[in-house]
Design a protein around this ligand. Structure first.
Ligand code: AMP
Ligand code: ZN
Length: 487
């Protein structure tokens, strides 16, 4: 099964049969968030897409090392080589430490990912935790002549690299077009060529996030961080590198150039890029303010929505589009996904309760094969979901007596359907999640009632019990305390 997986490789522009460097093992690196503000739903789409890829690789039996970094320094405004560090700027505006900003938004990011049932990566390195590794690479690039020092900063010499290697192979850009397209920006005078990018930047006196280096007190370039962290944990050449499409250029193009100049070989075999989530037809983006936050989606507290949607409905909505297609967010589309989600989840429940026959009227293996054909075709989740709905129609027909299923086939189908819905698509039943929330809320209510009883506040204690009873929850008092149950 592992050998049939095809992935679209941005580098070749084609779907290729996936062949890992070490059989049965996969190394995957995904550019993580820059933690200077809440992640928006667009960012979430990219990370959820890679969660799907991670899940499917594991489902196929690969041993996966999934590295997704946290960018906590060196990412400057406008993704450029000049300007303020995004994190320092936020810290300055709020008059707090940059690391408080990093902590707040890293925690927030993890909480959101958990709500979307995205698995944590195997390693989540931070840029600030790998400064010495970055300094080592800069030194090596200086030693082999691929980089040069200018006014305490170190730049990568793109034209020199382009003499033997192709700069632009990933983003399919021509160096001549890139040169003529570059604007005259501040700081460019330090560079031999405007296309050169910073590996190390000398910090200005007011730049607070700084580290000592042989060249200046400064900070690493954003592109270099990913090369340092990916090569440290996955090796100089690894299987998959991912990120949103907008990172192809300059970020990933620069990663290829510096890593190739450093190690002498291409760093990545398969480059995977996710397409954008749009809102009103325009890319969701922090800088333009055209965003929706996950919390706004869940609560419905936004002019864009009439009601909130459960994270699992949002995840299902994203899975209904292929990861390389643009997905436009709208209230109507979410409402349609909500219906589809419930239909699918009910179908999977009803499968377990079907009346059995001695034989099946259809080939169950045919359904199962169709799931894998869809996923092996560059993770075609919309086609997978269409096949899952065919199974739901079949289940309904069995219920009506128009089709039959045998015990053995039901077992087979149930196992495969569950693997697709829960393990690969990463969905969960909503009511189970809600039950754990109810459990948490009831613990709080019963704690308050216990306090009331301890102070002999019988009115409050009885009021809580009676109101809960009206809401369909029975509270029973005993020697150990109180228990509750749903009527
Ligand atoms: P950032 O924190 O800005 O570096 O972005 C984190 C990730 O989210 C990157 O991989 C981006 O490519 C991705 N991203 C940003 N905007 C969108 C969007 N509208 N849709 C999908 N992915 C996005
Ligand atoms: Zn990166």
């Amino acid at each position: 099964m592992q050998s049939q997986l095809k992935l679209y490789n941005t580098l070749s522009g084609e779907k290729e049969t996936f062949k890992p460097i070490l059989e049965g093992n996969v190394g995957m690196y995904v550019c993580g968030p820059t933690v200077y503000s809440d992640v928006h739903l667009g960012n979430c789409r990219t990370f959820i897409s890679f969660d799907l890829i991670y899940r499917y690789l594991m489902h196929l039996g690969f041993k996966v090392r999934y590295v997704r970094n946290i960018t906590d320094a060196g990412h400057l405004e406008n993704d450029a080589d000049e300007g303020e560090d995004k994190i320092s700027k936020k810290a300055r505006l709020e008059a707090i430490e940059p690391m408080e900003i990093v902590q707040r938004y890293s925690v927030g990011f993890h909480q959101v990912m958990e709500k979307f049932n995205a698995l944590p990566p195997s390693i989540e390195p931070t840029a600030t935790g790998h400064i010495s590794e970055q300094i080592q690479i800069v030194q090596a690039l200086l030693d082999n002549g691929a980089a040069y020092i200018s006014n305490g900063s170190v730049y990568f010499d793109v034209l020199k690299y382009n003499d033997s290697e192709e700069y632009g192979i990933l983003s399919k850009r021509k160096i001549e077009d890139l040169i003529s397209g570059t604007r005259d920006l501040d700081g460019q005078h330090e560079k031999r060529n405007p296309l050169d990018f910073a590996l190390w930047k000398k910090a200005s006196p007011y730049h607070i996030m700084r580290w000592p280096s042989p060249w200046s007190d400064g900070f690493p370039g954003w592109h270099l961080e990913c090369t340092a962290m990916s090569s440290k944990y996955l090796g100089e050449t690894f299987d998959i590198h991912g990120g949103g499409m907008d990172l192809k250029f300059p970020h990933h193009e620069c990663e290829i150039a510096q890593a190739t100049a450093f190690s002498g070989h291409k760093p990545v075999n398969y480059w995977m890029h996710t397409n954008m989530l749009t809102l009103n037809g325009k890319r969701m983006s922090k800088s333009t303010g055209n965003t929706l936050l996950p919390e706004e989606l869940f609560s419905g507290e936004t002019v864009l929505l009439e009601k909130g949607f459960h994270p699992m409905v949002a995840r299902f909505f994203m899975m209904q589009a292929h990861y390389r297609s643009v997905l436009d967010f709208s209230s109507d589309a979410l409402a349609a996904s909500e219906k589809g989600f419930h239909k699918l989840m009910n179908g999977s429940k009803e499968l377990k309760e079907l009346k059995l026959s001695p034989n099946s009227s259809l080939s169950i293996q045919g359904f199962i094969d169709s799931f894998y054909t869809a996923l092996n075709d560059d993770l075609n989740t919309p086609v997978l979901i269409a096949h899952l709905f065919e199974v739901v129609s079949f289940i309904n027909k069995v219920k009506e007596g128009a089709e039959q299923i045998s015990a053995e086939d039901r077992e087979l189908l149930s196992e495969s359907m569950n693997a697709m819905i829960f393990d690969v698509l990463g969905l969960t039943f909503i009511d189970e999640q809600d039950h754990s929330k109810l459990d948490a809320a009831m613990n709080i209510i019963l704690e308050l009632r216990k306090n009331a009883r301890e102070t002999k506040d019988w009115n409050t204690s009885d009021l809580i019990r009676d109101k809960l009873n009206e809401a369909g929850i029975t509270v029973k008092d005993n020697k150990e305390g109180s228990t509750w149950s749903v009527n």
